[in-house]
Design a protein around this ligand. Sequence first.
Ligand code: PMP
Ligand code: GLN
Length: 380
Amino acid sequence: MRIDSKLPNVGTNIFTTMGRLANEHNAVNLSQGFPNFGADPKLLQLAADALKGGYNQYAPMQGSVSLRIKISEKIETLYEKTYHPESEITITSGATQAIFTAISTFIRPGDEVIVLKPAYDCYEPAIEVFGGKTIPIQLEGLNYTLNWNTFKSAISSKTKMVIINTPHNPAGTIWNEIDMLQLQEILKDTNIILLSDEVYEHIVFDGKQHESVAKYPELASRSIICSSFGKTFHVTGWKIGYCVAPKALMHEFQKVHQFNVFCVNHPAQEALAKYLETPEHYLTLGQFYQEKRDYFLNAILGSRFKMIPSSGTYFQLLEYSDITNETDTEFAERLIKEYKLASIPVSVFNLDNLDNKQLRFCFAKTNTVLDQAAEILNRI
Ligand code: PMP
Ligand code: GLN
């Protein structure tokens, strides 16, 4: 039988590839983004309580009511915008499902979706599966800034959606108020839907603030905002995320969601609802990861790698042009095989695999592992 692939050019993703290579070579693994330390025992206890407490049948299609109420309160307190728990919030299987379902809900064959590169890897295949066309725009320089004129001229009558991501994976950059106002101005009076990937919303450093789309009323009115408890509470394996949007957009989203998964893991949702009763659990996350970033950067001060400190996320880019001319994929592979240290080459996320000679390192690791990585980086 001949199989007619809808994604002929998609292979195994970079996180799986580098993770597998890291395991094969017993390398210190700073490649895929996940913490190597456990979640708060209080959260684990709440999960155990929920399992034993009878939350083992289907959750409501939109998600557990108590969790949706807590999310609504959190957004209201942080971003001064109210999303109604009944009609404007859906709990999803990680942000990945929220993104996939949002794209599947709105993208038809021929629709254009503007994606800023480097881009997290789950956006483009989803657009392609539903017949949409990605319009990629490369962010410029080692600061990965957007040229707003380029952005404006990329918009056409076929533009259906724009996807943004702040704090940004893999760049570690964040957008400020001016960026948001620019975007708001450009999208004003269009029918363009904004998909805002804010999974690292609580991981912002150096006293700066996360600029959620929710804070900008005109933007919020056209936006689906996605977030992830995996990132925020060190439980990437739970795959619980959520998205919020104005009622009319969420109504369409839920039409697809109910046939996509219907609902997601119920006991985990109940545990998260209780855990969210203490806002410190997410409000202290930025400080926690800022200390990790500083610990890692201080430990490699003497190395030949160059860096701009990450402003958010748990990723740090290191530039190696003083060390070798190898492409970033070649160098990343050699680092694993010869030095036993795994990272992610940034070019895989860039337009036409632009190679800025940078590798991405995940610093969501114990200080012992960060020390091991630093010792290797200082030797290179
Ligand atoms: N968006 C970005 C930018 C991410 O880095 C990730 C995963 N790390 C996701 C979405 C997916 O989140 P989840 O694991 O909750 O599906
Ligand atoms: N978001 C994680 C990262 O950027 C990876 C998640 C995945 O493997 N799909 O490393």
